[in-house]
Design a protein around this ligand. Structure first.
Ligand SMILES: N[C@H](CCC[C@H](N)C(=O)O)C(=O)O
Length: 325
């Protein structure tokens, strides 16, 4: 059985899209994990590897155009991927000739829509990021007897930093830092510990982001992702950071927030309802190239004979990034 993989990225947080509806039969859970670990490997994987694989399927929910499952590079499954859902939205938009529709994810059917291009030839989509929860039970967090973590010091992690934890719905730990700390070793040290599988605070791991405020409604987010490590950007991390920026650091509800990241830039909007919060994440959905190979080769990690057909989109994205101030 042949499989087609599309290499995509949102802010250079890169993935392969695998549309299971095109297969003769669905992959087993073990095959999903093995295929992901093989194809994403930065040394031996396909086309330089990736941060994860986005598996697309039909949704059984009414008025929902498709379903997305997120498997991290280490084979663990996540409930959501903000950069990834924008690329899946573009894929489904082109498959189904729709521009405003819903995608089923683990905990919610999320609204997605095509947005005005952020720059010439930079295809742009926006996605609803929700549900949002501060509950320790939704975060897989065990910090003393705290049920929520809002701007608190955790001496076991750092003598000086303050942390807020939020699920969107995947788990995020957010800390606002100065420029030197943003770029320094602390993020890797703290996140490496919280994702070691042994620590008592986040036994299942957590995405950790350091955030620097650059100006009003202008932040920089650097993330160490659960199941991956450092990535060029984390869509749910940037959305979570935007929410905490509004709640704790003077950001504005309902105003576009410019979020810089090592891979580029996205825009976010933070909304408040009478029951809580939700965000919108607006950013590129770049298709880098495609490859078709046998499932056996994918599962075995045999990519040496695989033809990867590069698209013409990356130069436009690079020009967009080069023009960012
Ligand atoms: N590593 C994340 C999933 C991918 C999220 C990130 N790539 C994004 O764009 O939101 C987790 O395990 O929760």
């Amino acid at each position: 059985m042949d499989v087609t993989l599309i290499k995509v990225h949102g802010s250079e947080n890169d993935f392969f899209i695998l549309d299971q509806t095109k297969l003769a039969h669905r992959l087993s859970e073990a095959e999903l994990k093995q295929a992901t670990q093989q194809v994403t490997d930065r040394k031996s994987g396909l086309a330089g590897g990736a941060d994860g694989v986005l598996y697309v399927d039909d949704s059984s929910h009414p008025q929902v155009s498709g379903k997305m499952r997120v498997i991290n590079a280490d084979g663990s499954e996540a409930s959501m991927c903000g950069n990834g859902i924008r690329t899946v939205a573009r894929y489904l938009s082109e498959q189904k000739q729709q521009t405003d529709f819903k995608i089923e994810t683990m905990y919610a059917d999320l609204n997605v829509k095509q947005a005005a291009d952020l720059a010439p030839e930079v295809k742009t989509f926006q996605a609803e990021i929700s549900p949002v929860s501060f509950q320790a039970t939704d975060l897989g967090m065990h910090v003393a007897d705290l049920t929520e973590l809002h701007h608190v010091k955790l001496p076991a992690l750092s003598k000086s930093l303050f942390f807020t934890a939020v699920a969107v719905p995947n788990p995020h730990l957010i800390s606002f830092v100065d420029h030197a700390t943003l770029l320094g070793p602390e993020l890797g040290r703290i996140a490496g510990y919280l994702n070691d599988g042994q620590n008592p605070y986040f036994p299942d791991g957590v995405n950790v982001s350091f955030v620097e405020v650059l100006g009003q409604n202008h932040i920089f987010v650097r993330t160490f992702e659960r199941g991956v490590g450092f990535t060029n950007a984390c869509g749910t991390g940037m959305s979570a950071a935007s929410l905490i920026y509004v709640l704790e650091q003077g950001g504005d509800f309902e105003q576009l927030i410019t979020v810089r990241n090592p891979g580029g830039m996205v825009k976010t909007l933070v909304h408040q309802t009478d029951t809580g919060y939700w965000m919108e994440l607006i950013g590129n959905a770049t298709f880098v190239g495609t490859a078709t190979l046998s499932l056996d080769d994918l599962l075995a990690g045999n990519f040496s004979q695989t033809k990867f057909k590069v698209s013409d989109e990356q130069p436009a994205y690079q020009a967009f990034v080069n023009n960012l101030k």
